[in-house]
Design a protein around this ligand. Structure first.
Ligand code: AMP
Ligand code: GLY
Length: 428
C-alpha cells in the first residue's frame, strides 16, 4: 500500500517502524518526517497543516492511505480536505477533532454521552475565573480551552498562580476550571471508524520533567506498556479495557456520529483511576481526550502490536473496523525513555550534536526513535525539546528498562536530560 504519514516526531517514527515491521512491501512517505524517519523511508518537505497541499500531493502520488500523526493538521481540517477528494485518511475531520481542540466541546460531548469526568466550570472573564476557583476549591486545575502544546494546564494549590495562569490564557479564549482528581493516570487508545470502536493496549505516560514527578509538565518524558497493576483491581487488563470501551469510548464515538461529525481515527482517552467506586462502578474518569496517537505512549504500544497496523488504520479510515477481529499484542513489556535537550520544556537549547547513536542501537531489544533531529554535515543534531525516544523491549519490565537505559548511557548530547525512574514502579 502507498501510505503517507504526516508529522515529524518520535510518534510518527514509531508509526513508520510499525508499518515497516509488517514486511508487506508498503511504500511509505513521511511529511515532513525527521532525520531518523528519513533514514528509513522517503520524506518530503510538505506543510502537513495545509489541506490543499497535502491533498494535491496525495492525489499526484496515488496515496492509498494518509495517517495523520499530530493534532495541528486535524484541527486545521486536513482530514476533511483529503476525504472531500476521496483519499482514505486515518484522522478525524475538524469538527470531531474539537474533542481535543476545545476542552469545552469535549466536556459537552462527555455530558451528552454520559461519560464520567470531573466537574468543570467555563470562564470567559477574570471574575468568572475567580468565582470558579472558589467554587471548585483547591487544588486548582486550570486549563486553556484550545490547543496549547501541553502547556495550557496548571494544577496548583496556589490560588494566585491559578488566577494568573487563567488570566494569561483568557487573553486567547475561554478557560476551564476543573475539579481536581487524584489517582493513577492511564492512556488508552481506541481506533474508530465513525461507528465501531476497537481498543489498543493501555500505557502510562510520565508528564513531569524530572524524577519523582517533580518539575513542570512536558509533552511526556517516558512511558511503559502494558499496565500489570490494572489486574490488581480489575482481575485482568482486558476487563478494564472493556469497561472503558463500554462507558467512555463507544458512547463518545456514538455521540459524535449522532451529531453528524463522525470520529474516524484515534480516540486517546486520558484517564484517571480514582479511589472512588470500583471496577464497573465509577472509579475511572476522563481527564482529557485527544484526537490522535499519544506521544510517547505510541512508542510502547505499537511495538507490542501483533496485528498488522496498516489493516487497522485502513479499516478505520474506510469504515470496516466492525469486520476485523480485535487487535492482539505480544507478551513483551516495553519502556520508552525520552532524551530531552537542555532547558526543555521551558526553553530548549537546540543545534547540538548527538553522538553514540549507532552504538546505542546495538543494545539487544532497543529501537531508537527520533523526535527532534536533523542531519547537518553528516552528523545528527538536536532540533527540538524532545530529541529521541529510546525504546526497550523485553521479557519483563526489568529487561525492557535495562535495555533502554543501557542504550541511553551510550548516547551523548551536551546538556541532554532524561528521567531515571521510568517504569521503576512496575519492576517487581
Ligand atoms: P491534560 O493536558 O488535560 O492531560 O492535563 C495535563 C496533566 O494535568 C494531566 O496529565 C494530569 O496530570 C493533570 N490534570 C489534568 N486535569 C486534572 C484534573 N482534573 N485533576 C488532576 N490532575 C489533572
Ligand atoms: N503523552 C501525552 C499526549 O500525547 O498528549
Amino acid at each position: 500500500m502507498k501510505i503517507l504519514v504526516l508529522g515529524s516526531g518520535a510518534r510518527e517514527h514509531a508509526i513508520v517502524e510499525a508499518l515497516l515491521a509488517e514486511d508487506a512491501g508498503h511504500e511509505i512517505t513521511a511529511a515532513p518526517g525527521n532525520a531518523g524517519i528519513a533514514a528509513r523511508v522517503e520524506t518530503v518537505a510538505l506543510d502537513a497543516t495545509n489541506g490543499r497541499i497535502v491533498t494535491q500531493y496525495a492525489l499526484d502520488n496515488d496515496i492509498e492511505l494518509v495517517v495523520v500523526g499530530p493534532e495541528a493538521p486535524l484541527v486545521a481540517g486536513v482530514a476533511d480536505a483529503l476525504r472531500a477528494k476521496g483519499v482514505p485518511v486515518f484522522g478525524p475531520g475538524k469538527a470531531a477533532a474539537a474533542l481535543e481542540g476545545s476542552k469545552a466541546f469535549a466536556k459537552r460531548i462527555m455530558e451528552k454521552a454520559n461519560v464520567p469526568t470531573g466537574r468543570a466550570v467555563r470562564a470567559t472573564t477574570g471574575e468568572e475565573l475567580a468565582s470558579a476557583l472558589d467554587e471548585l476549591g483547591a487544588p486548582h486545575v486550570v486549563k486553556a480551552d484550545g490547543l496549547a502544546a501541553g502547556k495550557g494546564v496548571l494544577v496548583t494549590t496556589d490560588r494566585d498562580a491559578a488566577l494568573a495562569h487563567g488570566e494569561y490564557y483568557l487573553q486567547h479564549g475561554p478557560v476551564l476550571v476543573e475539579e481536581f482528581l487524584s489517582g493513577q493516570e492511564v492512556s488508552l487508545f481506541f481506533l474508530a471508524d465513525g461507528h465501531d470502536v476497537v481498543p489498543l493496549s493501555p500505557a502510562q505516560d510520565y508528564k513531569r520533567a524530572y524524577d519523582g514527578d517533580e518539575g513542570p509538565n512536558t509533552g511526556g518524558m517516558g512511558a511503559y506498556s502494558p499496565l500489570p497493576w490494572l489486574a490488581d483491581r480489575w482481575g485482568a487488563e482486558a476487563a478494564f479495557v472493556d469497561e472503558v470501551l463500554d462507558t467512555i469510548a463507544l458512547p463518545t464515538v456514538r455521540a459524535l456520529e449522532e451529531e453528524g461529525t463522525p470520529f474516524i481515527g484515534l480516540l486517546y482517552c486520558g484517564l484517571i483511576i480514582t479511589d472512588e467506586g470500583g471496577p464497573g462502578g465509577g472509579a475511572v474518569r476522563v481527564i482529557e481526550f485527544n484526537a490522535r496517537f499519544g506521544d510517547p505512549e505510541t512508542q510502547v504500544v505499537l511495538p507490542r502490536l501483533t496485528t498488522p497496523l496498516s489493516q487497522l488504520l485502513l479499516a478505520a479510515a474506510t469504515g470496516g473496523l466492525g469486520r476485523l477481529p480485535y487487535p492482539t499484542f505480544s507478551d513483551e513489556d516495553a519502556v520508552v525513555v525520552v532524551l530531552a535537550s537542555e532547558g526543555y520544556p521551558e526553553d530548549p537549547i537546540t543545534g547540538r550534536e548527538i553522538e553514540g547513536l549507532a552504538d546505542a542501537a546495538q543494545v539487544p531489544g532497543v529501537t531508537i526513535l527520533h523526535a527532534g533531529t536533523a542531519v547537518s554535515d553528516d552528523r545528527f543534531v538536536a532540533t527540538g525539546g524532545r530529541v529521541l525516544g529510546v525504546v526497550g523491549r523485553g521479557d519483563g519490565f526489568r529487561a525492557a528498562r535495562d535495555a533502554a537505559y543501557e542504550a541511553l548511557g551510550r548516547i551523548r548530547l551536551e546538556g541532554g536530560h532524561y528521567r531515571r525512574d521510568i517504569a521503576e514502579r512496575v519492576v517487581r
